[in-house]
Design a protein around this ligand. Structure first.
Ligand code: FUB
Length: 328
């Protein structure tokens, strides 16, 4: 079976799909894009989302069920605007939705909301996760049961404002041969609602062990962190932002360092690119988005699905689908 290159759903605009297998189904936790009159700028004001829907599939290529609004910004006591890319995790029969939003001071923080069902509705905690900041949370539960939250994103995602212990409104990206900004990781406490340890930087290095440079735009981290594990190898994948690639790096430790390993996805229609990787029934899949459904509007995106294969050395390759009209 070759997957079709068509949007998973067309009745809503959706982006940043984080996929997980819960209770034998694939659940997808995307951003819910909407029309807005906000200006399209490098800070991402046009990504002015106000709620999340959760989707599920019993089978890959099967029907996609929309479970409706799982969380609305009006029900998040600390948030002011911009519900950006979320993720979810499960532990002991509870489900945790991790999401970034700007607080009342305009600073991105990461919140958590809880439900006893994978599709919600979720109830938000009254405050964001202490010591969290920036955007694009990715939860990763290891085979030993320890759970982690990776996060971070440049420009509108404000990672450049966190080069010290506090938010610095004048913070700038490093430049030239300085090390690029690193994504962040913290271990989650047993309650899944707080950090058990300090926020650490995930170092991404090249084949020679040098940190990826700030001016290496084809390989440096920008946003859209995702972590998964296969055959004992930790894979950390991410968007390179203004060069629009999804790339990945590997390590033997979730804290890194991760060695750059290659490119997964070429630029798609639209400025942003963001993905997740999940195993379902023995096969691996890439969920991602592009802006094809809106004819290329950057902030009106649609979720798509592709298969991933691994070679004998664990290198990943995305199987590009046949055009929709020809797919069998
Ligand atoms: O959807 C809003 C933002 O766009 C996400 O947080 C980024 O990863 C980018 O996809």
């Amino acid at each position: 079976m070759r997957l079709q290159d068509s949007p998973l759903i067309t009745h809503l605009y959706t982006a940043d799909p984080s996929a997980h297998v819960f209770e034998g189904k694939v659940y997808i936790y995307p951003s819910h894009d909407r029309e807005t009159d906000k200006p399209d700028n490098d800070l991402g004001d046009q990504y002015d989302m106000v709620d999340y829907h959760v989707f599920s599939m019993d089978e890959i290529s099967g029907q996609v069920t929309d479970h409706g609004v799982a969380l609305a910004i009006a029900d998040v006591p600390w948030a002011s605007k911009q519900l950006w890319a979320p993720d979810a995790a499960s532990k002991d029969g509870c489900y945790y939705l991790y999401f970034p939003a700007r607080d009342r001071a305009g600073v991105f923080r990461i919140g958590v909301a809880v439900s006893d069902r994978p599709f919600g509705p979720f109830k938000a905690e009254p405050e964001p996760i202490k010591e969290s900041y920036s955007i694009d949370p990715c939860s990763f539960v290891d085979t030993d049961g320890r759970a982690y939250l990776c996060f971070g994103g440049l420009w509108g995602g404000q990672l450049q404002n966190w080069r010290g212990p506090a938010f610095d409104a004048a913070g700038r990206e490093p430049a030239g041969d300085e090390p690029a900004l690193s994504p962040r990781i913290a271990e989650l406490a047993p309650d899944m609602k707080s950090f058990a340890g300090p926020v650490r930087e995930i170092q991404i290095i090249d084949e020679e062990g040098h940190p990826i440079r700030a001016d290496d735009h084809d390989r440096r981290f920008f946003e859209a962190a995702w972590m998964h594990k296969r055959d004992g190898i930790y894979y950390f994948s991410y968007s390179t932002g203004n060069t629009h690639f999804i790339v990945y790096a590997t390590s033997d430790n979730p804290f890194g360092p991760f060695t750059y390993a290659g490119r997964l996805l070429e630029p798609v229609i639209g400025w942003t690119t963001h993905h997740s990787i999940v195993e379902f029934k023995g096969r691996w899949y890439l969920f991602h988005h592009d802006s094809s459904l809106s004819g290329g509007c950057n902030h009106l995106r649609c979720m798509k699905l592709k298969e991933i294969t691994y070679d004998q050395d664990g290198r990943m390759q995305v199987v590009m689908p046949t055009p929709a009209a020809c797919a069998t």
